[in-house]
Structures are given as C-alpha cells and as structure tokens.
Design a protein around this ligand. Structure first.
Ligand SMILES: Cc1cc2nc3c(=O)[nH]c(=O)nc-3n(C[C@H](O)[C@H](O)[C@H](O)COP(=O)(O)OP(=O)(O)OC[C@H]3O[C@@H](n4cnc5c(N)ncnc54)[C@H](O)[C@@H]3O)c2cc1C
Length: 505
C-alpha cells in the first residue's frame, strides 16, 4: 500500500462547476501555480453540476418569481433580482472571455438562447405579476420583457400550456427572449478539458478522506485511490473544498473555527422528463410558476425546454423530497454523521422550527407518478402519463446556522466559509448555484488572496469588464456587455421594446 507525500500549490476538492471555475480563473491569474484536482467519481461534472441533475436555468431573475417579493406596502422589492442578474452577467463575461481566447470551444454545446417566462393564474397573482413586470421593465437590466394577459397571445408564446386549458380565471405571463438554458455538465467538462491542457493534475476515482493543518500552516489531505485502495498524502498552501454536498463533512474535518456550528439539511429533487419529439416541438421556453404554499423556494414548478446531447427535451419540476444523503452518490448516514457537538443545538433548533418543511418534503417524496402528473397537468392540461418519465435530480444541502433571525435558521442561498488566513475555503448551499459560480469564486479570490488581488485586478477586468462596477449605475456598460456576450456565446441581445409592444391585454 503506497503512502506517498505530494506537494502542490492549490488543491481543488471535487470536479464540479465550482472547482472548474476557480481553477480556470486561477490559471489565467497565475499560470505558474500547480493545481491538483481530487474527485471521487470517474469523471467531471457527475454530481449536482450534471445536466440531468439540475434545471439548467441561467438564473438572472428574468422568470423566477421568488427573487421578487411583494412588500407590505404593496410595492415589489427587486434587489435580489438585480443581484442575481448582475451575477449572471459576470458568468457570461468570463465564459465569453474563455471562448474568445479559444480556451474553451463550442459555446453552443453549453449555453442556448431560450425565452424565460413567468406564468400565473388567479386575479391576485396576475396583479402581482403586472406589478413585478412594471418594476423590472423600468430597469436597464431587464429590458426587452413583455407582459400579456391575452389568452390568444399566450397561445402564441406557449401553445402546449394553453392547449385544452379551461380559462375560468385570469391568466397572465411575462416573456423575455434573452434568457438561457445552460448545460452546466457540458460546461464543467469543457472547463476541465481546458485545465488538463494547462497541465492541472486531475485525479479521478480518488476520495479525500481527511484534512489536517500541518505545522508550517499548509494543509495535508489524506487521499484514497478508490481502485487500488492505496492512500497518499497531498499538501498545499491553499485548498478549496468544492465537494458540493460533500463539503460540509470536509469543512468539519478541517477543524477551522469558521466552520463550527454550521449544519446541513438535504433536499432531494425529481424531474418529469418528456423526450417525444411531437410534444417537445410544441414548447420553447422556460416557464416558471409560483411555488405551492409551504413549499421551499427551490421547488418552484417550471416547464423547461432543455438542450442535452444536441437534443431537445422537456423537463418539469423539480419536485422536492427528502433523503438523508448529501450527494446523489452519497450515504444514508450523511445527515446523521454531520451532527457534531458544535452544531447539535443549532440542528435541534432547526429541526423543531422546520417540522412543517420536513413534513412537506416527506409528503412530496411519497407522491405517486399519477399525483405528480396532476401537478404537471396544471402546466400541460392534456399531459399523458406514458409520455413522461421520472428522473432523479441532484441533492442540495441547505445550510443551517444561527443568524439574527434565530437559532438553527435554514438558509436557501450559497455560503462561502473560509479560514481567517485565507488558506482554505468551502462552498456550501446550492442556490442560485451554478449560474453564479464566477461571482462566487471571485468573492473567494478576494477573501483568500487579499494581498494578490490588487496586482491581479487588471487581468480580472480584462476577463470581466464589469468587475468591481455596479452595472445598474452604468447602463452603457450593460449594453456593451450584453452585445459582446451575445456575440461570443450565440445568445439573444436584451433589446428594449417600445412601450406599445411591451404590454398586450
Ligand atoms: C434539482 C436541482 C436543480 C438545480 N437547478 C439549478 C439551475 O437551474 N441553475 C443553477 O444555476 N443551479 C442549479 N442548481 C444548483 C447547481 O446544480 C449547484 O449549485 C452546482 O452544480 C454545485 O456545483 P459544485 O461544483 O459545488 O458541486 P457538484 O457539482 O456536486 O460537485 C462536487 C463534486 O465533489 C465530489 N466530491 C464530494 N466529496 C468528495 C470527496 N470527499 N473527495 C473527492 N471528491 C468529492 C463529488 O463527487 C462531485 O463531483 C440545481 C441543483 C439541483 C440539485
């Protein structure tokens, strides 16, 4: 049994979109650094980043109703929508830079233009959607959005959804052509091919079993070869724990104080998928509805055209559910072994506070296919069970921690946890997720490499012209970025419409 000691500059744990993004950024900033990637599965992008395991929405708040909240005075808070949109603009700029520099190829394999729509029924929901539309459409980031409550117009936009629909209450939708479907699995594989070309050492079928601080301040990882069973030790001055659902356990093993008191709650997902060309051809959009009462924000139902393996298909869901695993390929003991003395009270508090959510998830997991078809028929009234199959999606581990809102608060966002000296960082949580990978990894770079950031800034600005700038305050820059990224990635530009063509009633 070998027991080699290996030294490198940077170790990335996990070959998902987050490690792929950080590795690609670092390779541009400091090409001479040696990067080692350690991944326990046989290839890159097999867990949450895989195209079958997530919804592939390039989240930019063009259709997700949960990013715009109605305040008690009736106005719409669009601050989260602006943040998410700006973050996606950052991702598009970095991907465009990589494509234009010929570092990654064929953007059409990982990003496709696709209209984003929100659809609601009932007078109250229609009033909300109209107010949301008015709040967004006056903002330069959301130019080009259209609104309609005219069933004839909706039938043009979403024929599959409007066919055989009983219209006994008001219905309305917004639509914007500049939305995207992103194949995050293909993008992850593309980025790892690039990293390999740049001499990154990528070890598949190797699992990180332990992380310890060495006496010189660097980190030493116990790495097991899953084929041979042999164990090696890899050390580096900087480690990124990009292990998706596996990150919490590894963060706990590192023992850094910043990781204490944090727990995780797994939420599983199921999609219904249709691959019949005659049905798929009747739909061309991502259509987001409103989450059912009591449902967590990640289970907003949506009916999406997806582009996978150069074929179009339809995905509906995700239905949330409960499984104690933290990764799709994880263990039934993941949840229980994540409870430690330092997060026990937080976890118990979360447990008692979130009984209704737990009950909701367990109820969801028990749904029969026919019951899921009923939910689908709210979107596609004449959907037939034989045309749709169930596909198990990825696991999301939501962060639980004590916040100003109380002990054991469940977080639905993404959480970057890093050591005070910046030598190790972990990414927890999963929303908005892959779409914001570039912004999140830039935040990591600012936090973990504060000394170098000043010197790196010109290169970062070359790759991401909006770095450090509020796009909202620079409408001219929005236009420039929009047209340059649309050109590089083959997307639709965000063109403003005339007032008359924006609204159809
Ligand atoms: C149902 C669902 C729908 C989603 N929809 C969207 C969406 O529409 N848009 C969007 O932007 N995001 C979406 N997301 C979120 C997005 O998929 C994730 O945020 C993103 O893929 C996380 O990437 P990652 O690199 O952190 O993790 P992953 O892709 O999960 O990669 C982590 C890797 O680490 C490896 N690993 C774990 N433990 C170890 C270990 N000990 N040793 C070695 N390797 C290890 C795993 O095998 C895995 O390959 C969705 C997620 C789910 C589950």
């Amino acid at each position: 049994m070998s027991n080699r000691q290996m030294k490198t500059d940077v170790i990335l744990i996990g070959a998902g979109i987050m490690s792929a993004t950080l590795g690609s950024l670092l390779k541009e900033l400091v090409p001479e650094w040696k990067i080692t990637v350690i991944e326990k599965l046989a290839s890159a992008g097999e867990e949450s980043s895989n195209e079958w395991n997530n919804a592939g929405t390039g989240h930019s708040s063009l259709c997700e109703l949960n990013y715009t909240v109605e305040k008690s005075d009736g106005s719409i808070d669009i601050s989260k929508a602006i943040k998410t949109n700006e973050e996606f603009q950052v991702s598009k700029q970095f991907w465009s830079y990589l494509v234009n520099s010929k570092l990654i190829r064929n953007p059409q394999d990982f990003i496709s233009p696709l209209p984003h729509m929100s659809l609601v029924q009932g007078a109250q929901n229609v009033a909300f959607l109209k107010k949301r539309f008015e709040a967004l459409t006056n903002n330069p980031l959301f130019q080009g959005m259209e609104y309609s409550d005219d069933p004839a117009k909706l039938a043009e936009w979403i024929p599959l959804i409007m066919k055989d629909r009983e219209l006994n209450e008001p219905i309305a939708a917004t639509r914007i052509e500049s939305g995207t479907d992103v194949n995050f699995g293909a993008l992850t594989r593309n980025l790892f091919a690039h990293l390999k070309d740049q001499n990154a050492d990528i070890l598949y079928k190797h699992s990180v079993d332990d992380i310890k601080r060495a006496s010189d301040g660097s980190w030493e990882l116990k790495v097991r070869n899953l084929d041979s069973g042999s164990v090696d030790h890899h050390s580096a001055k900087f480690v990124f724990i990009g292990a998706g659902g596996g990150s919490l356990h590894l963060l706990q093993k590192s023992g850094i104080p910043e990781g204490r008191g944090i727990g995780g709650f797994p939420v599983s997902g199921i999609f219904m998928v249709c691959q019949k060309p005659e049905i798929v051809e009747q739909h061309f959009a991502k259509v987001y509805g409103k989450a059912p009462v009591g449902a967590p924000p990640m289970s907003v139902p949506h009916l999406d055209t997806r582009f996978i393996d150069k074929k179009k298909s339809l995905f509906f869901g995700p239905f949330a559910g409960f499984s104690p695993k933290f990764l799709k390929t994880g263990s039934m003991f993941d949840l229980i072994t994540s409870v430690k003395t330092d997060n026990l009270v937080t976890m118990l508090a979360a447990g008692s506070k979130n009984m209704s959510l737990t009950k909701y998830l367990i109820k969801e997991v028990m749904l029969s296919k026919e019951q899921r078809m009923e939910a689908l028929r709210e979107f596609v009234p004449n959907a037939k069970s034989e045309d749709w199959e169930l596909v198990v999606a990825g696991q999301r581990v939501q962060v639980i921690k004590d916040t100003a809102a109380g002990k054991g608060t469940l977080q639905f966002g993404t959480e970057l946890v890093s050591a005070a000296d910046g030598s190790i960082a972990a990414l927890l949580g999963a929303s908005p997720g892959a779409s914001t990978a570039v912004s999140v990894m830039l935040d990591l770079i600012k936090k973990c490499f504060p000394q170098q950031v000043k010197a790196w800034e010109p290169k970062i600005k070359e790759m991401i012209p909006s770095f450090g700038v509020s796009l909202l305050k620079n409408p001219e820059l929005i236009k420039q970025i929009d047209s340059s990224t649309a050109r590089a990635l083959g997307l639709v530009e965000n063109l403003p419409l005339t007032v008359a063509s924006r609204t159809v009633s």
